[in-house]
Write a protein that binds this ligand. Structure first.
Ligand code: PGA
Length: 262
């Protein structure tokens, strides 16, 4: 029984009033859809105000990153405790843009996972290969290394607070979506890896999201696959209409495939 999760990663967009407007429209638009979990991840500066909109609604709130220390002399960083304070339930960690522009390594991401889960946050750990790695046949090795790099030393019970997002880097923001069967195979591989490391029962229960150019037109063919349990949506989460359409489609599909999600 895996309930789908549709998560919006707003990245460096919608920082001020626009964040309030977008979150209001999403909250109003999801109406009585309860068979899909909906998460939005605005920039840090908008979190507290957006929480005023989303509190007492089914829309969950998350951040796009956090630091691995709780307090101290770390200029510019954000503690997982601060995220709790402003109403976050989730935090995205290890996004490929963080790996690329901020040199985040598996070790650092592992430390962030431990810190965030340690204070009670749910986490979305992003993994995914670059186009040259896919072309040279190295996609599985890359993802395996990323999983091992961040999850090897995580306490066993922490896995319950982890959702993994498979986001092939070549599909992010490019309009090129991964073929659903190819994505599903990678999701199955991630589930298998997690099963070996943490136990097969918990791996069966863990949600694995796909991310990379999700749009209203392609969510259906992705989410109908056995191991694809939702999406991490960038560009299409910045407009209420497209994000809501993705959510509605996921909800419809979930009704049709009750054997998959319960
Ligand atoms: P995209 O971004 O949907 O714009 O491709 C996805 C992500 O980076 O999480």
């Amino acid at each position: 029984m895996r309930k789908p999760l549709i998560a919006g990663n707003w990245k460096l967009n919608k920082g001020g009033k626009d964040a309030l407007e977008l979150s209001r429209r999403i909250k109003e638009g999801i109406g009585d859809i309860l068979n899909v979990d909906v998460l939005i991840c605005p920039p840090f500066t908008a979190l507290a105000e957006v929480h005023e909109v989303t509190r007492d609604s089914p829309v969950k709130l998350g951040a796009q990153d956090c630091f691995y220390e709780m307090n101290g002399a770390y200029t510019g960083e954000i503690s997982p405790l601060f995220l709790l304070d402003v109403g976050c339930e989730y935090v995205i960690l290890g996004h490929s843009e963080r790996r690329k522009y901020f040199a985040e390594t598996g070790d650092i991401i592992g430390m962030k996972l431990r810190a965030a889960i340690g204070v009670g946050l749910y986490t979305i750990l992003c993994v995914g290969e670059k186009s040259e790695e896919r072309e040279s046949g190295g996609a599985y090795d890359v993802v395996k290394t990323q999983l091992g790099g961040s999850l090897s030393d995580i306490p066993d019970d922490y896995i319950r607070k982890i959702t993994i997002a498979y986001e092939p880097v070549w599909a992010i923001g490019t309009g090129k979506t991964c073929d659903p069967d190819v994505a599903n195979e990678m999701h199955q591989f991630i589930r298998e890896w997690t099963g070996k490391r943490f136990g097969y029962k918990i791996a069966e229960e863990m949600r694995i999201l796909y991310g990379g150019s999700i749009k209203p037109e392609n969510i259906s063919s992705l989410i109908e696959k056995e191991h694809i349990d939702g999406g991490l949506v960038g560009g299409a989460s910045l407009k209420a209409e497209s994000f809501l359409e993705i959510i509605r489609t996921a909800s419809e599909k979930n009704k049709l495939t009750t054997d998959k999600h319960g």
